[in-house]
Design a protein around this ligand. Structure first.
Ligand code: CMX
Length: 432
């Protein structure tokens, strides 16, 4: 039995009691109302989901179990000689609510190394997918293909108490997280590097090993991977990838079904695909304007994009009303490691120019940059120039948060999710 699982077990009963007493004593109290505008408007702002792992404040940004990003970058264990937090640490924190020790994190690294090998049948499936299929489709297919090995599905089929379901879910989650970097790297090497996969190096932590299997062993890129995998891991429960994973899991579909579905949501251009779109847009403008543009050239380009009815990718957010702290963390990384990079210079200028233009344009409620405005620049700098692959990096990281929530969903015995829908006829009747 792992000490992580033991620790989790000790957290579950007190949490169940808290939730049960809230429902018993205050279950009828209202925490949100829904206007007609919200019902037609993407349910924005309606508080109807409970997610323990992280909470998003419009002005302060994300807090993971109460800790903001600067605190986490300071408090979470780092690799030997490294300056960025290890993703294993954010997994431990998100799952248990406690900051891990170095030993806690080491145990997770070792556990994921043990479980990380890809089965032959998965390799065959991945190899049979046409190379020009979008990497996110291949990633989602890879995840779903592993479903036949779900411990959760097997235990469920045999018969298991509802209150014990979190245990096989934990096993599926650990198996999946262990394999995701290898699946992603396999797809990357298959599509872009002549079908030449790189075997894992089990002397490395999860993020560094991912960088290694991608084919970039530079220490700075390993640091970037660790930071990247922490930053994208969780963004409370209402975003499309988190909400989808939770919803599918609520039908007691296992982690493979649920995560694959969540990844399909992440693949949308208004969500995770925005990271590829943001860099694609920047490279296109640099190509058309002949390198690093002047501010006047940029202003015109931004207006041309808006006037063509398109969004400025990487700007705006459904909840945030400030610069995304995940953007700021990546900006700090760029200022430290690649201040002279030409694309970073453009990203810098966009940061100065776009918000004022979006304010003048008058539509976006949040004119500030989000996480996706910056991430591509960093990946590109270190040699990952295949933009269509960027959302897969996001997916590997997002799995940490949404899968941790899935364990908690089963630990709390949450029911199948089934909100009520209404028709426009019904709404018209109400307002008469
Ligand atoms: N550029 C131009 N217009 C924008 C805009 C942007 N970056 N952001 C919002 N708008 C527009 C919307 O398209 C909408 O226009 P319509 O009224 O014509 O439909 C209007 O402003 C109001 O939108 P909003 O309430 O501010 O934003 P939403 O909550 O509806 O959508 C988001 C949020 C992120 C989808 C939107 O800001 C956007 O499309 N941004 C660009 C894509 C992007 O960066 N996505 C990544 C988000 C992070 C993530 O989830 O991964």
């Amino acid at each position: 039995m792992s000490s992580l699982k033991d620790k989790l077990r000790t957290k579950i009963d007190p949490m169940r009691e808290r939730v049960q007493s809230l429902i018993k004593e205050h279950g009828a109290k209202s925490i949100s109302e829904v206007s007609i505008k919200q019902a037609y408007g993407g349910i924005r702002g309606v508080k109807a989901l409970v997610t323990e792992t992280s909470a998003l404040d419009p002005y302060e940004g994300i807090r993971f179990r109460g800790y903001n990003l600067p605190q986490l970058r300071e408090k979470l264990p780092k690799a030997e000689g490294g300056g960025e937090p290890l993703p294993e640490g954010i997994f431990y924190l998100i799952l248990t609510g406690d900051i891990p020790t170095k030993d806690d994190v080491k145990e997770i690294t070792q556990e994921w190394q043990k479980r990380g090998e890809l089965p032959d049948y998965l390799i065959e499936i991945l190899n049979s997918i046409p190379k020009d299929t979008h990497p996110m489709t291949q990633f989602s297919t890879g995840i779903l293909s592993l479903q036949k090995d779900s411990v959760f599905a097997k235990k469920y089929a045999k018969g298991i108490s509802k209150m014990e379901l979190w245990d096989p879910m934990y096993e599926d989650v650990m198996n999946l997280l262990a394999k995701l970097p290898a699946i992603a790297a396999f797809i990357y090497r298959k599509i872009y590097k002549n079908d030449e996969p790189i075997p894992p190096d089990n002397s490395l932590d999860w993020g560094a090993n991912f960088a290694h299997m991608i084919g970039i062993d530079k220490e700075e890129f390993k640091e970037l991977m660790r930071l990247y995998l922490v930053l994208h891991s969780d963004h409370e429960g209402g975003n499309v990838s988190a909400h989808t994973t939770h919803l599918v899991g609520s039908a007691l579909s296992d982690a493979y079904y649920a995560l694959s579905a969540g990844m399909n949501g992440l693949a949308g251009p208004l969500h995770g695909l925005a990271n590829q779109e943001a860099l694609r847009w920047i490279l296109k403008l640099m190509d058309e304007l002949g390198g690093v543009p002047t501010k006047d050239q940029l202003k015109k380009y931004i207006w041309d994009t808006l006037n063509a009815g398109q969004v400025i990718p990487g700007f705006g957010h459904a909840v945030l009303r400030q610069t995304d702290p995940r953007y700021t963390a990546q900006r700090e990384f760029a200022l430290k490691h690649l201040p002279d990079d030409e694309i970073f210079q453009v990203v810098n200028s966009l940061y100065e120019i776009v918000p004022d233009i979006l304010k003048e344009h008058g539509k976006a409620k949040n004119p500030w940059p989000n996480v996706d405005a910056h991430s591509g620049t960093l990946l590109y700098h270190y040699g990952v120039k295949e933009i269509s692959f960027y959302t897969v990096f996001f997916g590997v990281s997002r799995a940490i948060g949404v899968l941790s929530s899935l364990i908690w969903d089963r630990a709390l015995g949450l029911p199948i999710e089934r909100p009520k829908s209404v028709t426009t006829d019904w709404i018209e009747e109400q307002v008469k």
